[in-house]
Design a protein around this ligand. Sequence first.
Ligand code: HEC
Length: 259
Amino acid sequence: MRVGRLAGAVALCVLLFAQGPAAEERRIVLAASAGLSETGFLGYLLPRFSLKTGIRVTPTVLEEGIQVDVVLGPADVVRDGRAAFRGGKTVYAVRVAEGGAADPAHAKRFVDWLLSKVGQRTVESYRANGRQAYLAAAGAKTKKARARPTGDLARGEKLSFLHCGRCHVIGPRNRMGGLGSTPSFALLKTLNDWELRFRGFYLLNPHPSFTQIPDTTEPFDESRPPPIVPLEITLEDLDAIMAYVATIEPAKLGAVRAR
Ligand code: HEC
């Protein structure tokens, strides 16, 4: 009897051990742009994929330093992604992330599913306040990633000081400006993926709450007006800012970790 129970316990342990890692592998982390994360859309979409495939998807907001398996967001932010659907004028793209923790086959499965007939139908069947929110767009063309900043450098400098210099130290001219805890542009330039971060800065906190870019950001929620003077720029302005930021010398950090 005792032996039997022990054997049972051992068998259970073996079972748990055998299942543990396997169960964990069937899980992916998906980073979505803030606009998508704030609606009920992912809560609608992801369980339907999980039901079909047994792969659980943990959604998170696209931001720095997190290891994710799939990225989903506006096509101008998710570079080299494949068009998945359209919401208003925005085309949303999806792709498998580099360096994810999960089995890339699971990440690819999600991308394939989203772009499949079933996935596209699922996207179209989502209703926000009784209305269809997204249209199928699998196979639509996305703009090719630009290799070099094409913006107007001098304009970019002016715009950087004007809009970003309220909080960020941009260069010697506003060395004493900026807000204490806000990273300087030179510090941000030390990050390998600075280009990605600047390109999508309006998705990264704290900017979404006060930044408006026509045809790109969602309009402010009227019940929650921005807490500070809004930052209003166009995508062309951002190109110009990127061109200027490209010329900023990265800070020399020694062993200090950025941020
Ligand atoms: C109202 C203040 C404010 C303004 C205006 C502002 N930023 Fe920021 N920004 C911040 C703060 C604060 C952080 C640091 C956030 C953190 O550490 O989580 C930040 C971080 C960033 C980052 C790094 C984001 C990340 O998570 O990696 C980038 C890139 C950036 N800002 C670009 C810009 C650009 C470009 C502009 C102007 C067009 C701008 N910011 C205007 C406050 C501001």
